[in-house]
Design a protein around this ligand. Structure first.
Ligand SMILES: *[C@@H]1O[C@H](CO)[C@@H](O)[C@H](O)[C@H]1NC(C)=O
Ligand SMILES: *[C@@H]1O[C@H](CO)[C@@H](O)[C@H](O)[C@H]1NC(C)=O
Ligand SMILES: *[C@@H]1O[C@H](CO)[C@@H](O)[C@H](O)[C@H]1NC(C)=O
Length: 201
């Protein structure tokens, strides 16, 4: 038994289907690599960059707070920069809302526009609060802010967009933009300082 001689199985001819499987596997692998490369190259050429939103300035006028009801006109200058050199943006609808302490107090819709590549667009948003009912607590806080001369508001922008690269247009995508804690002064001489916005795709 222990003479060290092992019997070798007879050398078998490799079955033909195993060769075929191998070729198919190589072709599939090559395709995956090619598609991956194509995607990578396209990505590198287009180099998508985030849109940049800032609130440039803001004022409030006609402020009236009576019996927990608010009237006020807010004006904001919103700067939208498209840093992309190969992507243009269609803004099909733009809703701007204003919230104070998480309660929406005013809302407006801006004109749709198309933003070319590398373009900077200054939007003017006039947002009116018309007889908005506030809770007792909110009214009290707002009155205190009025007395202190300034108020902090969140500006939210919701935009339905499409992106265009060459002749290809993407499907609709909703962008949610939050410009947090924009400080607006009641004294007309002072305008809100620049606020950078966060963008959520
Ligand atoms: C707000 O304006 C409306 C008219 O546009 C008026 O009826 C209402 O009384 C005003 N409310 C306050 C709080 O001034
Ligand atoms: C805000 O700035 C824009 C230009 O950046 C200007 O056209 C607009 O009049 C300014 N608005 C206010 C309220 O200062
Ligand atoms: C950006 O695009 C808008 C309209 O799409 C145009 O009115 C404006 O002049 C452009 N601004 C620059 C700096 O090219």
């Amino acid at each position: 038994m222990a003479n060290g001689v092992t019997t070798q199985p007879p050398a078998e001819a490799r079955p033909a289907h195993s060769n075929l499987l191998r070729v198919i596997a190589i072709v599939i692998l090559a395709l995956i690599v090619l598609v991956g490369l194509a995607v990578l190259i396209t990505w590198l050429v287009i180099k998508p960059k985030q849109l940049v939103y800032t609130i440039e300035n803001g004022t409030v006028s006609n402020f009236k707070l009576n019996y927990n009801h608010l009237n006020a006109s807010f004006d904001f200058g919103i700067r939208v920069r498209n840093p992309n050199r190969r992507i243009s943006v269609y803004y099909d609808s733009i809703d701007v809302s204003l919230s104070y302490d998480d309660q929406t107090i005013a809302f407006n819709t801006l004109e749709p526009f198309h933003q070319p590549m590398g373009n900077v667009t200054q939007l003017k948003a006039k947002i009116e609060a018309r007889d908005v009912a506030l809770s007792n607590g909110l009214s009290r806080d707002l009155r205190l802010d009025k007395a202190s001369g300034k108020v902090q508001l969140d500006v939210r922008i919701q935009a339905r967009t499409r992106f265009k690269v060459g002749i290809w247009k993407s499907k609709h995508k909703t962008l949610r933009i939050l410009c947090p804690s924009v400080v607006v002064h009641f004294t007309s001489a002072k305008i809100a300082q620049r606020t950078y916005c966060d963008i959520d795709y």
